[in-house]
Design a protein around this ligand. Structure first.
Ligand SMILES: [Zn+2]
Length: 118
């Protein structure tokens, strides 16, 4: 089984269904966190902004620092340590992901957030 969006190979129970498509965790999280992730212009703009002007909001900086410091963190930990709401985290994490600074990964039943290159 493959993710219909990015083509990643999925374990039998790893697929997420969204609008009739089977997606990998990353693509599914992207859709849930940021409905506009499929817009190539938005991703292009985010990347361009990140390379030209790597200024993050203070929340994004806090999230990224925590991820860099700990390697892998859960959403609960991030929300607890930074004092933001989960919804706020999801929105800001989507921005970090678009800038290719952070990504989500799954271990067992837990979703962890980690740096893009690790
Ligand atoms: Zn995918």
């Amino acid at each position: 089984m493959r993710c219909e969006k990015c083509g990643a190979i999925l374990e039998a129970d790893d697929g997420y269904e969204h609008a009739g498509q089977v997606l990998c965790e990353d693509c599914y999280l992207d859709i849930k966190a940021a409905p506009k992730v499929c817009d190539p212009w938005a991703v292009y703009t985010a990347k361009k902004e990140a390379s030209q002007n790597p200024t993050l909001t203070s929340i994004q900086e806090k999230i990224l620092n925590l991820i860099r410091e700990k390697g892998e963190v859960t959403a609960e930990e991030i929300c607890r340590e930074t004092g933001i709401k989960e919804e706020e985290f999801r929105r800001n994490f989507a921005a970090l992901r678009h800038m290719e600074l952070a990504r989500a990964t799954r271990k067992g039943d837990e979703i962890y957030f980690t740096t893009f290159s690790s």
